[in-house]
Design a protein around this ligand. Structure first.
Ligand SMILES: C[S@@+](CC[C@H](N)C(=O)[O-])C[C@H]1O[C@@H](n2cnc3c(N)ncnc32)[C@H](O)[C@@H]1O
Length: 150
């Protein structure tokens, strides 16, 4: 009700999960040719569900190799919001999710790598601007796909 009063409606996790299932589930989520773009991520309501689903799909693909799944997962999404405070919250929430998914105490260097990656995969941008649209083409996920083709 609070969110409705503010004119904000967040996507509940079960709807995000249904959307991912409609897209094709694990096969699409773990496909090296794909990455996922969230153009108005807010504090990450949808994005966190997407990240966790990608991670689980990669775990299946890589026989539960957590390090492989985690490092590939970092390159499989890209998100914007035009509210700078929400971008910071979203990065923070995604960082905590990666710590949880790792299932162990990550050292300072590993944590730095995750934080650094999130700086460039969750950005303060206007999805409707020309710069926003061209940023998707040069985003970390897009570049990772291009590198595989080289
Ligand atoms: C209701 S929230 C939705 C958050 C999330 N996508 C979800 O479904 O739960 C809408 C978000 O869109 C952002 N937004 C609105 N117009 C935008 C634009 N042109 N570019 C980027 N973000 C935008 C707002 O700042 C707000 O955080």
């Amino acid at each position: 009700v609070h969110n409705l009063k503010q004119g904000q409606i967040f996507t509940p996790p079960h709807i995000t999960n249904q959307m991912l299932d409609v897209l094709g589930g694990d096969e699409v989520l773990a496909n090296p040719e794909n990455f996922f773009f969230e153009p108005s991520c807010g504090d990450g309501q949808m994005l966190l569900v997407i990240i966790e689903r990608i991670f689980n799909a990669l775990m299946n693909r890589y026989d539960n190799d957590i390090d492989k799944a985690l490092s590939e997962c970092l390159f499989k999404f890209y998100a914007f919001d035009l509210d700078a405070e929400l971008v910071i919250k979203c990065r923070h929430n995604a960082f905590n999710l990666f710590l949880k998914l790792s299932g162990r105490e990550l050292n300072t260097f590993e944590q730095y790598c995750i934080a650094n990656s999130l700086q460039s995969s969750i950005e303060f941008r206007d999805a409707l601007s020309k710069q926003g649209i061209s940023a998707v083409a040069s985003s970390p996920g897009r570049r990772a796909i291009n590198r595989k083709g080289v």
